[in-house]
Design a protein around this ligand. Structure first.
Ligand code: C5P
Length: 242
């Protein structure tokens, strides 16, 4: 099973499809952001699902509980594998999202919460009126997601170890901000390598430009999948011998 989610951060639908054509559902899952969704709509998502890709619909729903519940059901009807909502919407909203997906049973998408966007600086966060700093707020928001029985959170790999320790192994952690040692950081501030992110407790790694800018995305994904699955096996063997 692959742990890599490729972020299709393209502004042009044809370019996005050209990239998808070089990829295989056996080697990666795909993330559709709100820019691409606004251009391509449900049709675009359905095409990816029809190609057998697991799709993470990254639309970060944030509204009153009833509206978010309706949006979650609409995403589930598209057959996506994962979707997300903002934990800042509060416990009632998170519970409404969870309940909206219950009728889908085992076919329900993984329901994830966004805690604090990594683009916030500490000063900007407190200027919004929050009494706690970002890290403590992330913990409180993840606790809300956990209490509402969401499947997990999207977080920085730098927070993954703390969240893993607090919420245990069945709480899913999806981490962006991943770079290969040879890559540029671009606009990301705190980046981790795939190996470091997995070691700190991430379940799924969101990787955009490291993959989409590569001359051979498919070969790169195969290499990364092999390295990550070896690392996971080594970690499990170490755990057993302790
Ligand atoms: O190209 P790169 O690997 O930096 O892309 C990271 C992806 O993860 C982008 O789609 C970005 O929007 C998303 N993301 C992020 N930081 C977050 C949440 C999502 O970089 N906190």
């Amino acid at each position: 099973m692959t742990r890599i989610i490729v972020a299709l951060d393209f502004t042009d639908l044809n370019q996005a499809f050209e990239c998808v054509e070089t990829l295989s559902p056996a080697h990666c899952k795909l993330k559709v952001n709100n820019s691409l969704f606004t251009r391509g709509g449900p049709e675009f998502v359905r095409r990816l699902v029809d190609l057998n890709f697991d799709v993470f619909l990254d639309l970060k729903f944030y509204d009153i509980p009833n509206t978010v519940a309706q949006a979650c059901a609409a995403a589930a009807d598209l057959g996506v594998w994962m979707l997300n909502v903002h934990a800042l919407g509060g416990l009632m909203m998170l519970r409404a999202a969870r309940e909206a997906l219950n009728p889908y049973g085992k076919k329900a998408p993984c329901l994830m919460a966004v805690t604090a966007l990594t683009s916030y600086h500490e000063a900007e966060w407190t200027s919004l009126g929050f009494k706690k700093g970002i890290e403590d707020s992330v913990l409180s928001l993840a606790q809300l997601a956990y209490d509402a029985e969401l499947d997990g959170v999207v977080c920085s790999a730098a927070e993954a170890a703390l969240l893993r320790q607090r919420f245990g192994t069945s709480f899913c952690l999806v981490t962006p901000g991943i770079r290969l040692p040879e890559d540029a950081k671009d606009d990301q501030q705190r980046v981790l390598t795939p190996e470091m992110a997995l070691a700190s407790g991430s379940d799924y790694l969101v990787m955009g430009r490291s993959i989409t800018r590569s001359s051979d995305p498919s070969a790169l994904l195969m290499r990364l999948n092999a390295e990550l699955s070896k690392q996971r096996t080594d970690e499990q063997n170490t755990d057993r011998s302790l």
